[in-house]
Design a protein around this ligand. Structure first.
Ligand SMILES: C[S@@+](CC[C@H](N)C(=O)[O-])C[C@H]1O[C@@H](n2cnc3c(N)ncnc32)[C@H](O)[C@@H]1O
Length: 345
């Protein structure tokens, strides 16, 4: 069965990587079917009921998608092909008899010139002719047409509550300190780490706990290490606000008081030596010491996701990690963030 993820478009790689992480958490068997601009289509195998349940919980985790759809059909992006596809589609797996519907269309970036209201009207007519009544205000089923490199028509399974991330923006938390990742980015990285509810996630440079709050909201037990007592105190205030299940330690990321192979996932944003202060002999010492510690405490087969301004591949290699993926995000002219996903084999 095909499912489409309507991506936010705020980054080329992060939205897709976080979906892949979530599919891993739910242990879904899938293959990529198509990757259009701001739209990822996956072929997911299994019983429809189980897939729907897993995708609903993935919808609760994601931060960089807007909607998840069950695909009705995919065709070329031209008006006649879209209507022909809708007329020829069986929608019985999407809407039950007696249920009402609405059609919403969205154009991604500059794809095509089809007017959204016009195509919504025609698609509505097509579904009406199959015996269903439209209800624009309180429909039982929402059909969405994504106009990207192709046209993707589907029924809405779930929408991502993106507003919730705005409510958790750093300035709205009880303790704020500059240099914090935005909650949507932090959540995407936690998803990439594949941490499951009840598992342990460590951030050895926890700062104000931006990453830990996002992992805590997914019911992970979160552990934060922070060298500055005042910041660790602030992190506690932030974690308390979101009722996280947490442990905070004041100390050096190069010497943690954790057992070997005791954590399920690591997500961290170490200091780069400019905005966030480092507490170490040098940046080199800090990175080589902390990567060795991350490797020691992480369980075999699990992932560490590191955000940095410099390449951390040599430090990760020396510590024993396998590099899974590296991708970047340009923040402004003189700042490019690098995201490095590492595995302990
Ligand atoms: C870029 S900030 C992390 C921001 C964090 N993600 C947040 O949500 O606030 C890096 C943090 O590492 C801390 N730090 C610096 N040296 C450290 C060390 N040796 N061990 C542990 N933490 C350290 C800094 O005090 C700073 O709070």
């Amino acid at each position: 069965m095909l499912y489409a993820f309507e991506l936010s478009g705020e980054h080329a790689v992060l939205p897709v990587e976080e979906i892949i992480g979530c599919l891993g958490v739910e242990e879904l068997d899938y293959e990529e079917y198509a990757h259009f601009e701001q739209c990822l289509v996956l072929d997911i195998r299994g019983s429809a009921g189980d897939i729907d349940r897993s995708l609903l919980s993935i919808g609760e985790r994601l931060s960089m998608s807007h909607h998840i759809l069950k695909v009705v059909g995919i065709c070329d992006l031209d008006f006649d092909s879209i209507i022909k596809m809708a007329d020829g589609s069986d929608v019985s797996e999407h809407i039950d008899s007696g249920e009402t519907f609405v059609v919403r269309a969205r154009r991604m970036k500059h794809n095509g010139s089809i007017k959204t209201e016009k195509v919504e009207g025609y698609l509505g007519g097509s579904i009406f002719r199959k015996g269903f009544r439209a209800n624009l205000k309180e429909p039982d089923v929402v059909f969405r047409l994504i106009m990207t490199d192709s046209a993707v028509l589907g029924s809405l399974l779930t929408s991502i509550d993106r507003g919730a991330y705005e409510h958790r923006s750093p300035q709205k938390k009880p303790f704020f300190y500059p240099g914090v990742l935005m909650p949507r980015v932090a959540r995407a990285l936690v998803n990439i780490s594949c941490v499951k509810p009840g598992e342990v996630l460590l951030d050895p440079f926890s700062g104000t706990a931006g990453i830990l709050v996002e992992a805590g909201l997914l019911s992970a037990h979160v552990i934060g290490l922070e060298v500055r007592r005042k910041i660790s105190h602030g992190a506690r205030m932030n974690l308390d606000m979101f009722n996280a299940d947490y442990s905070l330690l004041v100390g050096d990321a190069c010497r943690t008081a954790l057992k070997d192979s005791s954590v399920d996932a690591i997500v961290t944003d170490p200091p780069y030596g400019r905005s966030a202060a480092i507490q170490a002999e040098s940046l080199h010492h800090l990175y080589s010491g902390s990567f060795a510690e991350m490797y020691r405490v992480l369980k075999k087969g699990r992932l560490a996701v590191v955000v940095s301004e410099l390449s951390v591949i040599d430090f990760a290699d020396d510590a024993g990690f396998k590099v899974v993926t590296v991708f970047t995000q340009k923040i402004h002219k003189s700042l490019t963030r690098t995201f490095t996903v590492l595995r302990k084999d």
